[in-house]
Design a protein around this ligand. Structure first.
Ligand code: FES
Ligand code: FES
Length: 158
C-alpha cells in the first residue's frame, strides 16, 4: 500500500510521495529524501551504521518505518555540521584518526553526539556501553574511544 506523507528531518518538512508504507526510515532518508549520511549495513539493527535521532532518542533507522516517523523530529548526521564547519564530534573523530574506511563513522558520530548531550563527561565504561551498538571493522575502537573523550573536552571542558 502506498500513501503520501510528510517527514520533518533536520528541521525541514519533506514530502514523501507515494511511498510504500513498508519502507524503512533508512530507505526513505537515503533513496527518497537524498540524505545518504545514515549508512545501509546489516538492515537488521545489528551494526548501528544507520543511527539517527528520533525525538532525541538514538534509533536504528533500518528498524523504523518511514511512515512511523510522521509527526516526529528526525535528526540525521547531516544536521550536525554547519556547512563546511564540522561539529566538534566530527572534528574529534578526524583529529583522533578514528576514521578509516568511514562506513561506520556517521552512525558513531550520531551515537557519540547522543551520548555527550546526555552525559557530558562519560567514563570509559559508559562510552563503551553507549557505543556497543555500533560496529567498526577497521579501527579496533581505541581511536574511537579517544575521539569521544576529545569531543567531550571540545564541547564542555575547553
Ligand atoms: S543498517 Fe541499521 S543497524 Fe545495521
Ligand atoms: S572505519 Fe571502517 S568500519 Fe569503522
Amino acid at each position: 500500500m502506498t500513501m503520501p506523507y510528510e517527514l520533518v528531518v533536520n528541521g525541514v518538512v519533506h514530502p514523501v510521495d507515494a511511498a510504500w508504507l513498508g519502507e524503512s526510515l533508512l530507505h526513505v532518508l537515503r533513496e527518497r529524501l537524498g540524505l545518504p549520511g545514515a549508512k545501509t549495513g546489516c538492515e537488521q539493527g545489528e551494526c548501528g551504521s544507520c543511527s539517527v535521532l528520533l525525538d532525541g532518542v538514538l534509533v536504528c533507522a533500518c528498524l523504523v518505518l518511514g511512515a512511523q516517523a510522521q509527526g516526529r523530529d528526525v535528526r540525521t548526521v547531516e544536521s550536525l555540521s554547519d556547512g563546511d564547519r564540522l561539529h566538534p564530534v566530527q572534528r574529534a573523530f578526524v583529529e583522533s584518526g578514528a576514521v578509516q574506511c568511514g562506513f561506520c563513522t556517521p552512525g558513531l558520530v550520531v551515537a557519540t553526539y547522543s551520548l555527550l548531550t546526555r552525559n557530558p563527561e562519560p567514563s570509559d565504561h559508559e562510552v563503551r556501553e553507549a557505543l556497543s551498538g555500533n560496529i567498526c571493522r577497521c579501527t579496533g575502537y581505541g581511536k574511537i574511544l579517544e575521539a569521544v573523550q576529545r569531543a567531550s573536552i571540545a564541547m564542555y571542558r575547553r
